[in-house]
Design a protein around this ligand. Sequence first.
Ligand code: GUN
Length: 282
Amino acid sequence: MPAKIINGFEIAKRKRVEIALEVEQLKEKGVTPGLAVILVGDNHASRTYVSNKQKACQEAGMYSLLVELPESVPEAELLEKIRMLNTDDSIHGILVQLPLPGHIDETKVIDTIAPAKDVDGFHPINIGKMMTGQDAFLPCTPYGVMVLLEDSGIDIPGKNVVIVGRSNIVGKPSGQLFLNKDATVTYCHSKTKNLKEHTSKADILVAAVGKANFITAEHVKDGAVVIDVGINRNEAGKLCGDVAFDEVAEKAGYITPVPKGVGPMTITMLLANTLKAAKSGK
Ligand code: GUN
């Protein structure tokens, strides 16, 4: 039987309505959640992501501030801008769009964001809290994956979860969130031997590699849940994930499509985190 398609677009839409309602209630108490997005340089993809984030923010009734800095901005100037936003009461969340130009140290930038405003969940304080199961801002894409599964009624405790990819933004934190929910987690990456041997044991397979059609039917167990975090362009220039969708959908139990799978959830969780930041202490 072909897989059930997890419609991230619809789930995200529903969640955004819930968030907008809460924003409205918060505004009645005199607090408008505010998100500052810092864009350095003119990377085309980054500009698109940032404009989508801003639009979603405004649609949810939040205040959205775009800070644009030139490619050549000195690191010290960017850090100073972050420090100013850290103490700006109209701003509850700060996001610096990555990647940054080569002369800027990303780690230093992330470390400068106040942990209480780190709605990307990239600051070591939030990562440490997530690892130890404390309340934290969770990184938006892994958080979105968990919400998709929860909304689809997919049980996690005791499941074999295999994560393909070990980026700091997606792979590593995704594994941690599954571990926090009592899954048995395996990380696979570019040095993994016999990838198929691992992935074919997965009850839940998360593909976060960044290569079109990397995961094929032979990697997937019958009835598995397949979550595709990839955003790639194939040879024809068409947007696609890391999973060869058509053949894997014949074998999997559940699958997320690209587009309209995990993607819309990332921005939704950014809104959820900004709302959480605005609510804290209010
Ligand atoms: N670049 C690619 N993904 C992300 C993300 O989730 N947050 C930020 N700040 N930059 C990114």
